[in-house]
Ligand binder design. Sequence first.
Ligand SMILES: Cc1cc2nc3c(=O)[nH]c(=O)nc-3n(C[C@H](O)[C@H](O)[C@H](O)COP(=O)(O)OP(=O)(O)OC[C@H]3O[C@@H](n4cnc5c(N)ncnc54)[C@H](O)[C@@H]3O)c2cc1C
Length: 316
Amino acid sequence: MLRTEVLIVGGGPAGSACAWQLKQHGVEFILLDRAEFPRPKVCAGWVTPRVLRDIQLDPAAYPGNFSVFNQFLIELKGLRFTLQTRQYAIRRVEFDQWLINRVRAQVITHQVKEIRQEGEYYLVDEEYRARYLIGAGGTNCPVKRALFEPEGQPVRGSLIVAQEEEFVYPGASRLCHLWFLQQGLPGYAWYFPKSENVVNVGVGGSAARLKERGDTLRHHWELLTERLYAYGLVRDHPFNPLGHSYYLRAAQPLLRKGNALLIGDALGVSTLDMGEGIGPSIQSGINAATAIINHTPYTLDGISRYSFPSLLRLQR
Ligand SMILES: Cc1cc2nc3c(=O)[nH]c(=O)nc-3n(C[C@H](O)[C@H](O)[C@H](O)COP(=O)(O)OP(=O)(O)OC[C@H]3O[C@@H](n4cnc5c(N)ncnc54)[C@H](O)[C@@H]3O)c2cc1C
């Protein structure tokens, strides 16, 4: 049995940010992930200036694919405009590995199955024992399932379904396109170019509203590929998208039960307008670690519910 103060289940941005904060304060932890790193993650990889500040990422020292945008080309119900904004893009397979490397902690490859409480400790698969348990295992986090449901069940209406594909496309356009609420999509579609001719294209929207309309995400994926062709952005590419789902932030999520704390997608912290999850996941990881370190309440204070206001702030 491995004993530790804090056991973190999941090594995505939420879990690694939490580990980073604990490490800086000398708190002992073990980080588990079912996947071996570097691991792929279905995600467009858009990050905001705040993410860079929160994790102290210096673009000049970042070893992976890193892109800077000064504008987004937006279409909203047929209305076209340009939004001047400074934003960034990374590739998740590299970014998540970089976050882990920075913690200088070993990620133990282990798929968590069973969690139980014994006195003031949490026992995981009869192999790990910890005083604090961090649920950072994403949408289907085992900590959430074992300890927080049914009362901590996310609000069904806040489920976002998304599909994307990231691939190399020689001669890719460098402009970032976002299409909001087009052709009945309760969400948005994107064309996100990165450096070295890597492109990420995708579509995401409210699962409940698609169902209400008798519509499917697959249909909107097909509309997106037609649009990419019509705009001359992607032609002659055999598309093969991957899908994933996650929850937007609830009004009053159940953050903590005893010494078990949920962070990132396990909690559902993505912004209500853009479904931005990387930044809020990192911030929730830092807030949870801070609560453990200082013995203070765990809150989502300082984590924005919306992305748009910060997009409108020019940060150069
Ligand atoms: C198509 C798509 C596009 C997106 N685009 C963006 C974007 O451009 N910008 C943005 O800000 N957000 C985006 N998001 C949201 C963003 O990807 C998530 O909010 C973010 O990854 C959440 O981070 P996390 O650390 O909470 O979870 P994750 O990154 O999902 O990490 C969870 C980890 O837990 C591990 N795990 C799961 N179960 C177990 C288990 N039983 N035992 C051990 N380990 C386990 C997994 O292997 C994984 O490594 C997108 C989401 C989707 C679906």
